[in-house]
Design a protein around this ligand. Sequence first.
Ligand SMILES: Nc1ncnc2c1ncn2[C@@H]1O[C@H](COP(=O)(O)OP(=O)(O)OP(=O)(O)O)[C@@H](O)[C@H]1O
Ligand SMILES: [Mg+2]
Length: 299
Amino acid sequence: MTDQPSTDKHLVIRGLRVAPAANPDREILQGIDLTVGEGEVHAIMGPNGSGKTTLAYALMGHPAYLVKAGEVLWQGRDILALSPDKRSRLGLFLAFQYPTAIPGLSVASFIRSALNAKLQGIDKNPDIDPTDAVKGGVSMRDFRNKMREKMAMLRMDESFASRYVNEGFSGGEKKRLEMLQMAVLEPHMAILDETDSGLDIDALRIVAEGVNAMLNPNLGVLLITHYQRLLNYIQPDLVHVLAQGRIVKSGGKDLALRLEDEGYGPILREAGLSPDLPDEALLVPKGPELEHEPVEAAR
Ligand SMILES: Nc1ncnc2c1ncn2[C@@H]1O[C@H](COP(=O)(O)OP(=O)(O)OP(=O)(O)O)[C@@H](O)[C@H]1O
Ligand SMILES: [Mg+2]
């Protein structure tokens, strides 16, 4: 598909239906329609198991998920046919809800490889050799400076650069590493899957300040969260409620406040759905300050 001016600079999701590849008949997402423009912040809230991570994975091309119908256009291009690395080269980024440890691979090597791969562009321009500063690559010195600057912004100790990716990291440290990757890769559309969970209130503030510092007219953000509290720090343009595989309501920040007051029950019933859990089980958790990661709490 060629570029279409009408969808350029937008992530356009239409009628997206997704099932686990291992169980193709069980559609988790049952027709998602959503458009996020560069420069916009959209929050997605929804009860546990409503399909938020499935949406994030499907957008990024996780092989465990099967797109059964619908389309996803990014900057006018149909991305569903592209491998995850190509989606990333086009400026999409996913911060994982549960980042994986990669023993033996240092944070610096990992991020440098990702940055180099991205610099080659989607068609792997043969004239660009990202490992060579003269041929369009980032020099080691520039890379180090960039890492240092971004780590300072996220208040990460520089020793993290030589540690193995996520190995022995606390929950909060893992989330900060996701943000570091985003800060260095400078995507144009970032999907942040519960980047706030596992953070204590100070870490939440640092991460939110980091995201706010990265916000610019060329960056769109899809912010998946359980907590209204995050939205006190990162102002969303729109809030969407995902439940039972669909976006059942969209609105401004008041919608998140209403969810915090009432939980999901009333909004689900308004949308004609019958919640499968009692209202008490569909309350929105009050916030990260109530959560304690054992490792962080011990520090
Ligand atoms: N690979 C898979 N195989 C089978 N079922 C899956 C798979 N991935 C997700 N599911 C199911 O799909 C539903 C939605 O899961 P998902 O992780 O997208 O929810 P979520 O909204 O991100 O939840 P949470 O708030 O707990 O992070 C769940 O019932 C989950 O068990
Ligand atoms: Mg999830």
